[in-house]
Design a protein around this ligand. Structure first.
Ligand code: OFO
Length: 183
């Protein structure tokens, strides 16, 4: 009896996204190692924690494909690319990769709508919200670096930023969570 409820197109897109999430984890791992190597242990800690989040995202896709009776295809993970050249470059790269990831999540939203696959549409909404959070977090960090001097940030500002990032929460506050009482 056929138990697969995913179209070939969606199964392919979900498997690709599973690999994208693994790729994102490799990017965060590589940048975290670069940060640690350069003495930014707070930034490294933040990025290592984020690498774990991306592995969890990968697992969500894997589990979803299995639960819909689809075939999981585990492939090689592309290399993370060159190391950042500065803290500013590191967070510009993080922001860019999150925005690119959002585009591939939106593509799955569109496919699931076109196919009227409401289970997949419902599943992928978690990632739509997650990406809004991750883009917000990356943008907040970029703004902090801008205040510290951007590409020309001095050692003392980078020291303070590094110390703060060690304890920065992993989740950003979204516009939809803000109220008049809690701006
Ligand atoms: Fe940061 O991206 Fe996963 O989804």
């Amino acid at each position: 009896m056929e138990t697969n409820r995913l179209s070939a197109t969606l199964a392919k897109a979900l498997n690709n996204q599973m690999t994208n999430e693994a790729h994102n984890a490799q990017i965060y791992l590589a940048y975290a190692s670069w940060a640690s190597d350069n003495g930014y242990d707070g930034i490294a800690n933040f990025l290592f924690r984020h690498a774990n989040e991306e592995r969890n995202h990968m697992m969500k896709f894997l589990e979803y494909i299995l639960k819909r009776g689809g075939k999981v295809v585990v492939t090689a993970i592309p290399a993370p690319g060159p190391d950042p050249v500065s803290v500013n470059d590191c967070f510009e790269k993080v922001f860019k990769s999150e925005v690119e990831n959002t585009a591939s999540i939106y593509a799955i939203v569109e496919m699931s709508m076109a196919e009227k696959d409401w289970a997949t549409w419902n599943f992928i909404q978690w990632f739509v919200k997650e990406q809004t959070e991750e883009e917000t977090l990356a943008m907040d960090l970029l703004n902090k670096i801008k205040v510290a001097g951007g590409a020309n940030a001095k050692d003392d500002s980078l020291y303070a930023l590094d110390r703060d990032l060690g304890s920065t929460p992993d989740d950003a506050t979204l516009a939809q969570d803000v109220t008049v009482e809690k701006p």
